[in-house]
Design a protein around this ligand. Structure first.
Ligand SMILES: [Zn+2]
Length: 216
């Protein structure tokens, strides 16, 4: 695709299904992308209107002209995650199950919607300063966790970050656990480790941040 147009060597074969890889295949029509979209569409009641699809650019313009802001956000976030999953598999051999990726998409969109609502009352805030992370209230500690599955190793890895109201980081560490292949179980283990650490440090009031809605 873009790499080929710039004469940078790259495979033209889809990393998920070995079909010819065009942008519409990677983001919309690949069985992997379809599986992600299936979950996302059901959750947000979204219709991609792919019938009669001919040219990607035309389809995007028609889609954008006919939908509201939330659908645009869902489209952008989902495409980004599908593309990121494609790159992680191609370059780092990291597999993400479509269901797990869809969960991340849902969590990201929910956070964006929530954040836009929060910042709508603060007109002086510049868009460039927008982040998805909001400090916890004074006296509480925010625990953010994110887990991933390493399919080949049949193991999981996770990152845990704890920050307080001043945004100073209390602790930041990674964990690895063998014999875990379910994304939700990996996320649950990451959350458990975060809470155990908080308890061992005598921290009682915590907020938990995870993109795995089924676990939270
Ligand atoms: Zn494919």
């Amino acid at each position: 695709m873009q790499l080929h147009r710039r004469h940078i060597p790259a495979s033209k074969v889809c990393v998920h299904c070995s079909a010819d890889e065009h942008i519409e295949h990677a983001l919309l029509f690949c069985p992997y992308a379809k599986a992600v979209w299936s979950d996302v569409k059901a959750y947000f009641n979204l219709h991609l209107c792919r019938k009669g699809f001919k040219i990607c650019k035309t389809w995007i313009f028609e889609f954008l002209a006919s939908c509201h802001d939330l659908s645009v956000t869902v489209l952008a976030v989902t495409c980004w995650h599908i593309w990121d999953a494609r790159n992680k598999l191609r370059e780092e051999n990291i597999t993400q199950h479509p269901t797990s990726l869809a969960l991340k998409v849902k969590a990201y969109v929910d956070m964006i919607v929530q954040h836009l609502y929060i910042t709508s009352t603060n007109h002086r805030r510049e868009p460039s300063t927008t982040t998805y992370w909001v400090p916890p209230p004074a006296g509480k500690v925010m625990i953010n966790v994110d887990a991933t599955i390493f399919t080949l190793d049949k193991s999981m890895g996770a990152g845990v970050v704890m920050r307080e109201h001043s945004v100073s980081c209390i602790v930041c560490y990674g964990i690895g656990v063998p014999d875990v292949i379910l994304p939700e179980l990996a996320e649950a283990i990451a959350i458990q480790r975060g809470l155990q650490f908080a308890l061992s440090e005598g921290i009682q009031e915590v907020l938990l941040g995870s993109d795995c809605l089924t676990v939270v």
